[in-house]
Design a protein around this ligand. Structure first.
Ligand code: NAD
Length: 543
Protein backbone atom coordinates (compact mmCIF):
# COMPACT_ATOMS: atom_id res chain seq x y z
CA UNK A 1 0.00 0.00 0.00
CA UNK A 2 1.56 3.33 -1.06
CA UNK A 3 0.17 6.85 -1.13
CA UNK A 4 1.71 7.95 -4.42
CA UNK A 5 1.51 7.51 -8.19
CA UNK A 6 4.90 6.10 -9.03
CA UNK A 7 6.65 6.64 -12.36
CA UNK A 8 8.82 3.83 -13.65
CA UNK A 9 12.26 4.71 -15.03
CA UNK A 10 11.78 5.46 -18.76
CA UNK A 11 12.47 2.33 -20.82
CA UNK A 12 15.51 2.58 -23.09
CA UNK A 13 16.67 -0.13 -25.51
CA UNK A 14 19.66 -2.00 -24.12
CA UNK A 15 22.81 -1.08 -26.11
CA UNK A 16 24.51 -4.11 -27.68
CA UNK A 17 28.10 -5.13 -27.16
CA UNK A 18 29.91 -5.91 -30.42
CA UNK A 19 32.63 -8.35 -29.28
CA UNK A 20 35.21 -6.98 -31.74
CA UNK A 21 38.78 -8.32 -31.41
CA UNK A 22 40.64 -6.76 -28.49
CA UNK A 23 37.53 -5.75 -26.53
CA UNK A 24 37.05 -6.70 -22.88
CA UNK A 25 33.63 -8.11 -23.71
CA UNK A 26 35.12 -10.54 -26.22
CA UNK A 27 37.49 -11.91 -23.61
CA UNK A 28 34.73 -12.15 -21.00
CA UNK A 29 32.43 -13.97 -23.39
CA UNK A 30 35.17 -16.43 -24.30
CA UNK A 31 35.74 -17.05 -20.58
CA UNK A 32 32.02 -17.61 -20.01
CA UNK A 33 31.87 -20.11 -22.89
CA UNK A 34 34.91 -21.97 -21.54
CA UNK A 35 33.39 -21.99 -18.06
CA UNK A 36 30.06 -23.37 -19.33
CA UNK A 37 31.87 -26.05 -21.32
CA UNK A 38 34.03 -27.06 -18.37
CA UNK A 39 31.11 -28.63 -16.47
CA UNK A 40 27.93 -30.60 -16.90
CA UNK A 41 24.99 -29.00 -15.15
CA UNK A 42 21.76 -30.55 -13.87
CA UNK A 43 18.55 -28.72 -14.77
CA UNK A 44 15.52 -29.43 -12.59
CA UNK A 45 11.95 -28.36 -13.22
CA UNK A 46 10.84 -25.44 -11.03
CA UNK A 47 7.32 -25.94 -9.70
CA UNK A 48 5.98 -23.86 -6.84
CA UNK A 49 9.57 -22.83 -6.16
CA UNK A 50 10.57 -26.46 -5.66
CA UNK A 51 13.44 -27.86 -7.72
CA UNK A 52 12.28 -31.19 -9.10
CA UNK A 53 14.58 -33.84 -10.51
CA UNK A 54 12.12 -36.57 -11.41
CA UNK A 55 11.54 -38.53 -14.56
CA UNK A 56 13.97 -39.20 -17.39
CA UNK A 57 17.41 -37.57 -17.26
CA UNK A 58 18.08 -36.23 -20.78
CA UNK A 59 21.46 -35.02 -21.97
CA UNK A 60 21.91 -31.65 -23.70
CA UNK A 61 24.46 -31.17 -26.52
CA UNK A 62 25.41 -28.09 -28.54
CA UNK A 63 23.86 -28.51 -32.02
CA UNK A 64 27.31 -27.72 -33.50
CA UNK A 65 29.29 -30.10 -31.26
CA UNK A 66 27.27 -33.22 -30.70
CA UNK A 67 29.95 -35.12 -28.81
CA UNK A 68 30.06 -32.49 -26.05
CA UNK A 69 27.63 -32.65 -23.14
CA UNK A 70 26.49 -29.40 -21.54
CA UNK A 71 24.36 -31.06 -18.90
CA UNK A 72 21.11 -32.85 -18.25
CA UNK A 73 17.51 -31.91 -17.74
CA UNK A 74 14.72 -33.85 -16.09
CA UNK A 75 11.74 -34.62 -18.24
CA UNK A 76 8.55 -34.91 -16.26
CA UNK A 77 5.17 -36.50 -16.91
CA UNK A 78 1.51 -35.85 -16.29
CA UNK A 79 1.91 -35.71 -12.48
CA UNK A 80 4.20 -32.69 -12.92
CA UNK A 81 1.66 -30.96 -15.13
CA UNK A 82 -0.97 -31.33 -12.39
CA UNK A 83 1.55 -30.11 -9.83
CA UNK A 84 2.43 -27.05 -11.92
CA UNK A 85 -1.24 -26.10 -12.37
CA UNK A 86 -1.84 -26.49 -8.63
CA UNK A 87 1.23 -24.37 -7.84
CA UNK A 88 0.12 -21.62 -10.24
CA UNK A 89 -3.38 -21.56 -8.75
CA UNK A 90 -2.05 -21.60 -5.18
CA UNK A 91 0.24 -18.62 -5.87
CA UNK A 92 -2.43 -16.65 -7.67
CA UNK A 93 -4.28 -14.80 -4.94
CA UNK A 94 -1.23 -13.37 -3.19
CA UNK A 95 0.47 -12.44 -6.46
CA UNK A 96 -2.56 -10.70 -7.86
CA UNK A 97 -2.89 -8.67 -4.64
CA UNK A 98 0.71 -7.48 -4.87
CA UNK A 99 0.83 -3.77 -5.86
CA UNK A 100 1.86 -3.27 -9.49
CA UNK A 101 5.00 -1.35 -8.61
CA UNK A 102 6.31 -4.30 -6.57
CA UNK A 103 5.63 -6.68 -9.47
CA UNK A 104 7.25 -4.21 -11.87
CA UNK A 105 10.31 -3.89 -9.65
CA UNK A 106 10.96 -7.62 -9.97
CA UNK A 107 11.10 -7.46 -13.77
CA UNK A 108 13.16 -4.24 -13.80
CA UNK A 109 15.60 -5.92 -11.46
CA UNK A 110 15.64 -9.03 -13.68
CA UNK A 111 16.58 -6.81 -16.65
CA UNK A 112 19.42 -5.24 -14.70
CA UNK A 113 20.68 -8.63 -13.53
CA UNK A 114 20.53 -9.95 -17.10
CA UNK A 115 22.41 -7.02 -18.62
CA UNK A 116 24.82 -6.89 -15.66
CA UNK A 117 26.11 -9.92 -13.78
CA UNK A 118 24.37 -12.51 -15.98
CA UNK A 119 25.17 -11.00 -19.39
CA UNK A 120 28.02 -13.27 -20.43
CA UNK A 121 26.57 -16.36 -18.81
CA UNK A 122 23.30 -15.84 -20.71
CA UNK A 123 25.14 -15.27 -23.98
CA UNK A 124 27.24 -18.40 -23.43
CA UNK A 125 24.12 -20.45 -22.62
CA UNK A 126 22.24 -19.27 -25.72
CA UNK A 127 25.27 -19.63 -28.00
CA UNK A 128 26.03 -23.15 -26.82
CA UNK A 129 22.50 -24.45 -26.33
CA UNK A 130 20.94 -22.99 -29.47
CA UNK A 131 24.05 -22.55 -31.68
CA UNK A 132 24.13 -18.78 -32.12
CA UNK A 133 27.06 -16.55 -32.93
CA UNK A 134 27.90 -13.81 -30.35
CA UNK A 135 25.96 -11.09 -32.14
CA UNK A 136 22.83 -13.19 -32.69
CA UNK A 137 22.86 -14.12 -29.04
CA UNK A 138 23.60 -10.64 -27.69
CA UNK A 139 20.82 -8.90 -29.63
CA UNK A 140 18.14 -11.22 -28.38
CA UNK A 141 18.99 -13.26 -25.28
CA UNK A 142 20.34 -10.13 -23.58
CA UNK A 143 19.14 -7.07 -25.54
CA UNK A 144 15.64 -8.12 -26.52
CA UNK A 145 14.83 -9.91 -23.28
CA UNK A 146 15.90 -6.91 -21.17
CA UNK A 147 13.83 -4.70 -23.49
CA UNK A 148 10.79 -6.96 -23.06
CA UNK A 149 11.08 -6.61 -19.29
CA UNK A 150 11.75 -2.86 -19.19
CA UNK A 151 9.29 -1.80 -21.89
CA UNK A 152 6.79 -4.31 -20.52
CA UNK A 153 6.73 -2.54 -17.16
CA UNK A 154 6.40 0.83 -18.87
CA UNK A 155 3.56 -0.36 -21.14
CA UNK A 156 1.82 -1.86 -18.13
CA UNK A 157 1.76 1.53 -16.42
CA UNK A 158 0.44 3.21 -19.59
CA UNK A 159 -2.38 0.69 -19.71
CA UNK A 160 -3.24 1.20 -16.03
CA UNK A 161 -3.25 4.98 -16.58
CA UNK A 162 -5.92 4.65 -19.30
CA UNK A 163 -9.14 5.80 -17.56
CA UNK A 164 -12.67 6.65 -18.70
CA UNK A 165 -14.33 10.10 -18.56
CA UNK A 166 -16.82 10.91 -15.80
CA UNK A 167 -20.12 12.79 -15.98
CA UNK A 168 -21.15 15.29 -13.22
CA UNK A 169 -21.62 13.59 -9.84
CA UNK A 170 -20.03 10.41 -11.15
CA UNK A 171 -16.55 9.02 -10.84
CA UNK A 172 -15.82 6.32 -13.44
CA UNK A 173 -12.78 4.15 -13.01
CA UNK A 174 -11.22 1.17 -14.80
CA UNK A 175 -9.09 -1.46 -13.21
CA UNK A 176 -7.13 -4.02 -15.16
CA UNK A 177 -7.61 -7.32 -13.38
CA UNK A 178 -5.48 -10.34 -14.18
CA UNK A 179 -7.42 -13.20 -15.78
CA UNK A 180 -9.24 -15.70 -13.60
CA UNK A 181 -7.27 -18.93 -13.69
CA UNK A 182 -3.75 -19.65 -14.95
CA UNK A 183 -1.89 -18.96 -18.20
CA UNK A 184 -0.14 -21.63 -20.27
CA UNK A 185 3.02 -20.28 -21.99
CA UNK A 186 4.56 -22.45 -24.71
CA UNK A 187 7.80 -21.16 -26.20
CA UNK A 188 9.85 -22.09 -29.31
CA UNK A 189 13.53 -22.96 -29.54
CA UNK A 190 14.79 -20.08 -31.60
CA UNK A 191 14.74 -17.06 -29.26
CA UNK A 192 15.65 -16.99 -25.59
CA UNK A 193 13.95 -13.58 -25.44
CA UNK A 194 10.65 -15.00 -26.65
CA UNK A 195 10.83 -17.77 -24.07
CA UNK A 196 11.35 -15.15 -21.36
CA UNK A 197 8.60 -12.88 -22.63
CA UNK A 198 5.90 -15.51 -23.16
CA UNK A 199 6.19 -16.52 -19.53
CA UNK A 200 6.81 -13.03 -18.05
CA UNK A 201 4.33 -10.77 -19.83
CA UNK A 202 1.21 -12.35 -18.29
CA UNK A 203 3.00 -12.68 -14.92
CA UNK A 204 3.91 -9.00 -14.86
CA UNK A 205 0.18 -8.21 -14.99
CA UNK A 206 -0.63 -10.35 -11.97
CA UNK A 207 -1.28 -13.71 -13.64
CA UNK A 208 0.40 -16.97 -12.70
CA UNK A 209 1.88 -19.15 -15.39
CA UNK A 210 2.72 -22.71 -16.34
CA UNK A 211 5.61 -22.40 -18.79
CA UNK A 212 6.73 -25.14 -21.14
CA UNK A 213 9.81 -24.20 -23.15
CA UNK A 214 10.97 -26.07 -26.26
CA UNK A 215 13.14 -29.07 -25.38
CA UNK A 216 16.02 -27.60 -27.38
CA UNK A 217 15.97 -24.30 -25.49
CA UNK A 218 15.98 -25.64 -21.94
CA UNK A 219 19.65 -24.84 -21.29
CA UNK A 220 19.03 -21.06 -21.52
CA UNK A 221 15.42 -21.29 -20.25
CA UNK A 222 16.74 -22.54 -16.91
CA UNK A 223 18.90 -19.43 -16.67
CA UNK A 224 15.88 -17.17 -17.26
CA UNK A 225 14.24 -18.91 -14.30
CA UNK A 226 17.36 -18.43 -12.18
CA UNK A 227 17.46 -14.69 -12.97
CA UNK A 228 13.76 -14.22 -12.21
CA UNK A 229 14.16 -16.02 -8.90
CA UNK A 230 17.16 -13.91 -7.99
CA UNK A 231 15.11 -10.83 -8.90
CA UNK A 232 12.56 -11.91 -6.30
CA UNK A 233 9.82 -13.62 -8.31
CA UNK A 234 7.75 -15.47 -5.69
CA UNK A 235 7.38 -19.26 -5.83
CA UNK A 236 4.60 -20.51 -8.09
CA UNK A 237 4.21 -17.35 -10.20
CA UNK A 238 6.06 -18.92 -13.14
CA UNK A 239 6.41 -22.69 -13.10
CA UNK A 240 9.02 -24.17 -15.42
CA UNK A 241 7.71 -27.46 -16.68
CA UNK A 242 9.80 -29.77 -18.84
CA UNK A 243 7.48 -32.27 -20.48
CA UNK A 244 6.41 -33.19 -24.01
CA UNK A 245 3.95 -30.65 -25.42
CA UNK A 246 1.01 -33.05 -25.82
CA UNK A 247 1.49 -34.38 -22.26
CA UNK A 248 1.01 -30.85 -20.93
CA UNK A 249 -1.70 -29.94 -23.45
CA UNK A 250 -3.84 -33.00 -22.73
CA UNK A 251 -4.20 -31.95 -19.08
CA UNK A 252 -4.11 -28.17 -19.31
CA UNK A 253 -6.68 -27.80 -22.09
CA UNK A 254 -9.14 -29.88 -20.06
CA UNK A 255 -8.74 -27.80 -16.91
CA UNK A 256 -11.60 -25.47 -15.89
CA UNK A 257 -9.13 -22.81 -14.69
CA UNK A 258 -7.20 -22.61 -17.97
CA UNK A 259 -7.47 -18.88 -18.76
CA UNK A 260 -5.08 -18.20 -21.63
CA UNK A 261 -2.48 -19.52 -24.05
CA UNK A 262 0.65 -17.50 -24.85
CA UNK A 263 2.24 -19.38 -27.72
CA UNK A 264 5.00 -18.91 -30.24
CA UNK A 265 5.87 -21.74 -32.62
CA UNK A 266 4.71 -23.33 -35.81
CA UNK A 267 1.37 -22.62 -37.44
CA UNK A 268 0.44 -26.30 -37.48
CA UNK A 269 0.89 -26.72 -33.72
CA UNK A 270 -0.95 -23.46 -32.99
CA UNK A 271 -3.91 -24.46 -35.11
CA UNK A 272 -4.04 -27.82 -33.36
CA UNK A 273 -4.01 -26.13 -29.93
CA UNK A 274 -6.68 -23.63 -30.95
CA UNK A 275 -9.01 -26.38 -32.18
CA UNK A 276 -8.47 -28.35 -28.95
CA UNK A 277 -9.38 -25.27 -26.91
CA UNK A 278 -12.41 -24.73 -29.17
CA UNK A 279 -13.61 -28.29 -28.59
CA UNK A 280 -13.29 -27.81 -24.83
CA UNK A 281 -14.81 -24.36 -24.68
CA UNK A 282 -17.71 -25.46 -22.50
CA UNK A 283 -15.35 -26.73 -19.80
CA UNK A 284 -13.74 -23.41 -18.85
CA UNK A 285 -14.83 -20.89 -16.20
CA UNK A 286 -13.83 -18.06 -18.49
CA UNK A 287 -13.22 -17.69 -22.24
CA UNK A 288 -9.49 -18.33 -22.63
CA UNK A 289 -7.37 -15.69 -24.33
CA UNK A 290 -5.44 -17.17 -27.24
CA UNK A 291 -2.31 -15.35 -28.36
CA UNK A 292 -0.10 -17.09 -30.90
CA UNK A 293 2.72 -15.89 -33.11
CA UNK A 294 3.56 -18.51 -35.69
CA UNK A 295 5.30 -19.18 -39.01
CA UNK A 296 6.35 -16.99 -41.89
CA UNK A 297 7.40 -17.09 -45.53
CA UNK A 298 8.97 -13.69 -45.58
CA UNK A 299 9.69 -11.81 -48.78
CA UNK A 300 12.17 -9.35 -50.20
CA UNK A 301 10.85 -7.53 -53.25
CA UNK A 302 13.41 -5.56 -55.21
CA UNK A 303 12.41 -2.85 -57.69
CA UNK A 304 14.64 -1.98 -60.68
CA UNK A 305 15.42 1.40 -59.05
CA UNK A 306 17.03 -0.25 -55.99
CA UNK A 307 20.77 -0.19 -55.25
CA UNK A 308 22.20 -3.67 -55.77
CA UNK A 309 24.87 -3.53 -53.03
CA UNK A 310 22.58 -3.06 -50.00
CA UNK A 311 20.22 -5.66 -51.46
CA UNK A 312 22.99 -8.25 -51.30
CA UNK A 313 24.06 -7.37 -47.73
CA UNK A 314 20.46 -7.46 -46.54
CA UNK A 315 19.69 -10.73 -48.32
CA UNK A 316 22.66 -12.38 -46.64
CA UNK A 317 21.76 -11.07 -43.19
CA UNK A 318 18.03 -11.49 -43.66
CA UNK A 319 18.16 -15.02 -45.02
CA UNK A 320 21.11 -16.59 -43.26
CA UNK A 321 21.59 -15.03 -39.83
CA UNK A 322 20.90 -17.67 -37.21
CA UNK A 323 20.87 -20.18 -40.07
CA UNK A 324 17.55 -18.81 -41.33
CA UNK A 325 15.82 -20.08 -38.18
CA UNK A 326 13.90 -16.88 -37.61
CA UNK A 327 10.19 -16.63 -38.21
CA UNK A 328 11.08 -13.36 -39.98
CA UNK A 329 13.91 -14.77 -42.15
CA UNK A 330 13.95 -13.70 -45.80
CA UNK A 331 13.18 -16.91 -47.62
CA UNK A 332 11.74 -15.75 -50.95
CA UNK A 333 13.14 -12.91 -53.02
CA UNK A 334 11.88 -11.31 -56.23
CA UNK A 335 14.63 -9.65 -58.22
CA UNK A 336 14.44 -7.69 -61.48
CA UNK A 337 16.25 -9.04 -64.54
CA UNK A 338 18.02 -5.69 -65.03
CA UNK A 339 19.77 -5.98 -61.64
CA UNK A 340 20.14 -9.72 -61.53
CA UNK A 341 23.60 -10.11 -63.02
CA UNK A 342 25.14 -7.52 -60.70
CA UNK A 343 23.28 -8.90 -57.67
CA UNK A 344 24.16 -12.50 -58.51
CA UNK A 345 27.87 -11.81 -58.97
CA UNK A 346 28.14 -9.83 -55.75
CA UNK A 347 25.98 -12.29 -53.77
CA UNK A 348 28.08 -15.29 -54.80
CA UNK A 349 31.32 -13.45 -54.08
CA UNK A 350 30.10 -12.36 -50.63
CA UNK A 351 28.82 -15.83 -49.76
CA UNK A 352 32.29 -17.25 -50.44
CA UNK A 353 33.50 -15.17 -47.46
CA UNK A 354 30.83 -16.52 -45.09
CA UNK A 355 32.28 -19.06 -42.69
CA UNK A 356 30.36 -21.88 -41.01
CA UNK A 357 31.34 -23.78 -37.85
CA UNK A 358 31.06 -23.93 -34.06
CA UNK A 359 30.15 -20.89 -32.01
CA UNK A 360 33.41 -20.77 -30.04
CA UNK A 361 35.19 -19.59 -33.20
CA UNK A 362 33.92 -16.02 -33.50
CA UNK A 363 34.84 -15.80 -37.19
CA UNK A 364 31.91 -18.11 -38.00
CA UNK A 365 28.85 -16.27 -39.29
CA UNK A 366 26.87 -19.49 -39.66
CA UNK A 367 26.55 -22.16 -36.98
CA UNK A 368 24.46 -25.33 -36.81
CA UNK A 369 20.71 -25.80 -37.16
CA UNK A 370 18.94 -26.79 -33.97
CA UNK A 371 18.47 -30.56 -34.18
CA UNK A 372 18.28 -33.61 -36.38
CA UNK A 373 14.60 -33.11 -37.17
CA UNK A 374 15.32 -29.61 -38.49
CA UNK A 375 18.43 -30.84 -40.33
CA UNK A 376 16.46 -33.58 -42.09
CA UNK A 377 13.59 -31.24 -42.98
CA UNK A 378 15.84 -28.53 -44.41
CA UNK A 379 18.04 -30.95 -46.33
CA UNK A 380 14.90 -32.50 -47.82
CA UNK A 381 14.05 -29.09 -49.36
CA UNK A 382 17.56 -28.87 -50.80
CA UNK A 383 17.05 -32.31 -52.38
CA UNK A 384 13.71 -31.15 -53.81
CA UNK A 385 15.50 -28.17 -55.38
CA UNK A 386 18.26 -30.38 -56.74
CA UNK A 387 15.75 -32.76 -58.32
CA UNK A 388 13.54 -30.04 -59.81
CA UNK A 389 13.79 -28.84 -63.42
CA UNK A 390 12.49 -25.49 -62.20
CA UNK A 391 15.30 -24.90 -59.69
CA UNK A 392 19.01 -24.21 -59.87
CA UNK A 393 21.15 -24.23 -56.72
CA UNK A 394 23.64 -21.42 -57.30
CA UNK A 395 25.30 -21.40 -53.86
CA UNK A 396 25.68 -23.87 -51.01
CA UNK A 397 23.55 -27.00 -51.14
CA UNK A 398 25.89 -29.03 -48.91
CA UNK A 399 25.03 -30.45 -45.50
CA UNK A 400 26.66 -32.72 -42.96
CA UNK A 401 25.65 -33.98 -39.53
CA UNK A 402 28.78 -35.84 -38.48
CA UNK A 403 29.91 -33.36 -35.83
CA UNK A 404 26.96 -31.00 -35.73
CA UNK A 405 23.89 -30.16 -37.78
CA UNK A 406 25.57 -28.04 -40.42
CA UNK A 407 23.80 -26.84 -43.55
CA UNK A 408 25.49 -24.46 -45.95
CA UNK A 409 23.76 -21.17 -46.74
CA UNK A 410 21.96 -22.17 -49.90
CA UNK A 411 20.63 -20.00 -52.70
CA UNK A 412 18.16 -21.48 -55.17
CA UNK A 413 16.95 -19.72 -58.30
CA UNK A 414 13.57 -20.87 -59.55
CA UNK A 415 11.69 -20.20 -62.76
CA UNK A 416 8.38 -20.86 -61.01
CA UNK A 417 7.25 -18.19 -58.53
CA UNK A 418 4.81 -20.71 -57.07
CA UNK A 419 7.37 -23.44 -56.57
CA UNK A 420 7.09 -25.25 -53.23
CA UNK A 421 10.31 -23.54 -52.08
CA UNK A 422 8.67 -20.14 -52.65
CA UNK A 423 5.56 -21.09 -50.68
CA UNK A 424 6.43 -23.29 -47.69
CA UNK A 425 8.25 -22.29 -44.51
CA UNK A 426 11.61 -24.09 -44.55
CA UNK A 427 13.02 -22.52 -41.38
CA UNK A 428 16.62 -22.97 -42.41
CA UNK A 429 19.40 -21.32 -44.44
CA UNK A 430 17.70 -21.62 -47.83
CA UNK A 431 16.87 -18.53 -49.90
CA UNK A 432 14.84 -18.99 -53.07
CA UNK A 433 14.95 -16.30 -55.75
CA UNK A 434 12.60 -15.60 -58.62
CA UNK A 435 13.99 -13.31 -61.30
CA UNK A 436 11.25 -11.33 -63.05
CA UNK A 437 11.22 -9.28 -66.24
CA UNK A 438 11.30 -5.58 -65.28
CA UNK A 439 8.02 -4.83 -67.04
CA UNK A 440 6.24 -7.49 -64.95
CA UNK A 441 6.75 -5.68 -61.64
CA UNK A 442 3.03 -5.09 -61.25
CA UNK A 443 2.19 -8.79 -61.58
CA UNK A 444 5.01 -9.67 -59.21
CA UNK A 445 3.52 -7.47 -56.47
CA UNK A 446 0.33 -9.52 -56.84
CA UNK A 447 2.31 -12.76 -56.64
CA UNK A 448 4.09 -11.58 -53.48
CA UNK A 449 0.73 -10.91 -51.87
CA UNK A 450 -0.93 -14.17 -52.87
CA UNK A 451 1.81 -16.76 -52.82
CA UNK A 452 1.83 -17.81 -49.21
CA UNK A 453 -0.69 -18.25 -46.44
CA UNK A 454 1.59 -16.33 -44.07
CA UNK A 455 1.83 -12.58 -43.49
CA UNK A 456 4.65 -12.02 -41.03
CA UNK A 457 7.44 -9.86 -42.49
CA UNK A 458 8.42 -8.47 -45.86
CA UNK A 459 10.65 -5.85 -47.43
CA UNK A 460 10.67 -3.59 -50.48
CA UNK A 461 13.93 -2.25 -51.88
CA UNK A 462 13.44 0.72 -54.20
CA UNK A 463 14.55 4.31 -54.72
CA UNK A 464 11.42 5.46 -56.54
CA UNK A 465 9.10 6.95 -53.89
CA UNK A 466 5.96 6.32 -55.98
CA UNK A 467 6.88 2.66 -56.02
CA UNK A 468 7.53 2.60 -52.27
CA UNK A 469 4.19 4.24 -51.58
CA UNK A 470 2.19 2.05 -53.98
CA UNK A 471 3.79 -1.20 -52.88
CA UNK A 472 3.36 -0.34 -49.19
CA UNK A 473 -0.36 0.01 -49.83
CA UNK A 474 -0.79 -2.98 -52.09
CA UNK A 475 1.07 -5.22 -49.64
CA UNK A 476 -0.71 -3.75 -46.62
CA UNK A 477 -1.98 -7.12 -45.44
CA UNK A 478 0.98 -9.20 -46.65
CA UNK A 479 3.16 -8.50 -43.59
CA UNK A 480 2.63 -7.42 -39.99
CA UNK A 481 6.17 -6.01 -40.05
CA UNK A 482 7.01 -4.23 -43.28
CA UNK A 483 10.46 -2.89 -44.11
CA UNK A 484 11.55 -0.27 -46.63
CA UNK A 485 15.13 -0.67 -47.83
CA UNK A 486 15.99 -2.94 -44.92
CA UNK A 487 16.06 -6.66 -44.17
CA UNK A 488 12.83 -8.17 -42.83
CA UNK A 489 14.43 -9.43 -39.59
CA UNK A 490 15.67 -7.84 -36.36
CA UNK A 491 12.58 -6.13 -34.92
CA UNK A 492 13.40 -4.17 -31.77
CA UNK A 493 11.05 -3.95 -28.78
CA UNK A 494 9.49 -0.48 -28.52
CA UNK A 495 10.62 0.39 -32.07
CA UNK A 496 9.04 -2.17 -34.40
CA UNK A 497 6.42 -4.07 -32.37
CA UNK A 498 6.46 -7.57 -33.81
CA UNK A 499 3.80 -9.93 -35.11
CA UNK A 500 2.06 -11.05 -38.27
CA UNK A 501 -1.45 -11.73 -39.47
CA UNK A 502 -3.13 -14.27 -41.79
CA UNK A 503 -1.54 -17.68 -41.04
CA UNK A 504 1.28 -16.04 -39.06
CA UNK A 505 -0.62 -15.46 -35.87
CA UNK A 506 -2.95 -13.28 -33.87
CA UNK A 507 -0.65 -10.26 -34.33
CA UNK A 508 -0.73 -9.20 -30.72
CA UNK A 509 2.66 -7.44 -31.04
CA UNK A 510 4.92 -8.92 -28.39
CA UNK A 511 6.21 -6.43 -25.85
CA UNK A 512 3.65 -3.76 -26.74
CA UNK A 513 0.52 -2.52 -25.00
CA UNK A 514 -1.54 -4.52 -27.52
CA UNK A 515 -0.16 -7.70 -25.97
CA UNK A 516 -0.69 -6.40 -22.42
CA UNK A 517 -4.41 -5.97 -23.01
CA UNK A 518 -4.71 -9.67 -23.74
CA UNK A 519 -3.69 -10.69 -20.22
CA UNK A 520 -6.16 -8.56 -18.32
CA UNK A 521 -9.91 -8.49 -17.90
CA UNK A 522 -10.91 -4.90 -17.25
CA UNK A 523 -13.48 -3.99 -14.63
CA UNK A 524 -15.38 -0.71 -15.04
CA UNK A 525 -16.40 0.87 -11.75
CA UNK A 526 -19.03 3.62 -11.57
CA UNK A 527 -19.49 5.55 -8.35
CA UNK A 528 -22.44 7.89 -7.99
CA UNK A 529 -21.73 10.76 -5.56
CA UNK A 530 -25.37 11.82 -5.25
CA UNK A 531 -27.69 8.84 -5.89
CA UNK A 532 -31.24 9.62 -7.08
CA UNK A 533 -34.01 9.41 -4.53
CA UNK A 534 -36.98 9.17 -6.93
CA UNK A 535 -37.34 6.65 -9.77
CA UNK A 536 -39.55 9.00 -11.88
CA UNK A 537 -38.12 10.70 -14.98
CA UNK A 538 -39.41 14.19 -15.90
CA UNK A 539 -41.24 12.94 -19.01
CA UNK A 540 -43.58 10.91 -16.78
CA UNK A 541 -45.20 14.06 -15.38
CA UNK A 542 -48.56 15.07 -16.77
CA UNK A 543 -48.80 18.23 -18.97
P1 NAD B 1 7.08 -25.90 -32.75
O1 NAD B 1 5.70 -25.52 -33.15
O2 NAD B 1 7.60 -27.20 -33.18
O3 NAD B 1 7.17 -25.89 -31.14
C1 NAD B 1 6.82 -24.74 -30.40
C2 NAD B 1 6.49 -25.17 -28.99
O4 NAD B 1 5.28 -25.92 -29.03
C3 NAD B 1 7.53 -26.08 -28.35
O5 NAD B 1 7.67 -25.76 -27.00
C4 NAD B 1 6.90 -27.46 -28.52
O6 NAD B 1 7.36 -28.40 -27.58
C5 NAD B 1 5.44 -27.13 -28.30
N1 NAD B 1 4.49 -28.12 -28.82
C6 NAD B 1 4.57 -28.85 -29.94
N2 NAD B 1 3.47 -29.63 -30.06
C7 NAD B 1 2.68 -29.37 -28.98
C8 NAD B 1 1.43 -29.86 -28.52
N3 NAD B 1 0.74 -30.77 -29.23
N4 NAD B 1 0.93 -29.38 -27.37
C9 NAD B 1 1.59 -28.44 -26.66
N5 NAD B 1 2.81 -27.94 -27.04
C10 NAD B 1 3.33 -28.41 -28.19
O7 NAD B 1 8.05 -24.69 -33.18
P2 NAD B 1 9.63 -24.56 -33.03
O8 NAD B 1 10.30 -25.49 -33.98
O9 NAD B 1 10.06 -24.56 -31.60
O10 NAD B 1 9.82 -23.06 -33.54
C11 NAD B 1 9.82 -22.74 -34.89
C12 NAD B 1 8.49 -22.18 -35.34
O11 NAD B 1 8.15 -21.06 -34.54
C13 NAD B 1 8.54 -21.66 -36.77
O12 NAD B 1 7.36 -22.01 -37.44
C14 NAD B 1 8.64 -20.15 -36.59
O13 NAD B 1 8.18 -19.41 -37.69
C15 NAD B 1 7.82 -19.95 -35.36
N6 NAD B 1 8.18 -18.70 -34.68
C16 NAD B 1 7.33 -17.63 -34.82
C17 NAD B 1 7.65 -16.42 -34.23
C18 NAD B 1 6.74 -15.23 -34.38
O14 NAD B 1 6.89 -14.27 -33.62
N7 NAD B 1 5.81 -15.24 -35.31
C19 NAD B 1 8.82 -16.30 -33.48
C20 NAD B 1 9.64 -17.41 -33.35
C21 NAD B 1 9.30 -18.61 -33.95
Amino acid sequence: MSDAFFHVPPAVNEPYLNFAPGTVERARLQEAIAEAKSKEIEIPMTIGGEKIKDGDRISIHPPHELNHTLGYYYKGGSEHVHKAIDAALAAKNKWEQMPWQERGAIFLKAADLLTGPYRFKMNAATMLGQSKNPWQSEIESVGELADFWRFGVEEMTKMYAEQPVSAPNIWNRMEYRPLEGFIFAISPFNFTAIAGNLSSAPAMLGNTVVWKPAETQIYAAALIMEILEEAGLPAGVINLLMVDGPVAGDIIFEHPDFAGLHFTGSTKVFQHLWSTIGKNIGKYRTYPRIVGETGGKDFVLVHPTADAVPVVANLIRGAFEYQGQKCSAASRAYLPQSLWSSIEGHLLAELKTVKMGPVDDFTNFINAVIDERAFDKISKYITIARDSDECDIIAGGGYDKTEGYFIEPTVVVTTNPHHQLMEEEIFGPVLTIYVYEDDQFDEVVEIVDNTSSYALTGAIFARDRYVIETVSNRLRHAAGNFYINDKPTGAVVGQQPFGGSRGSGTNDKAGSIINMYRWVSARAIKENMVPVKDYRYPFLSED
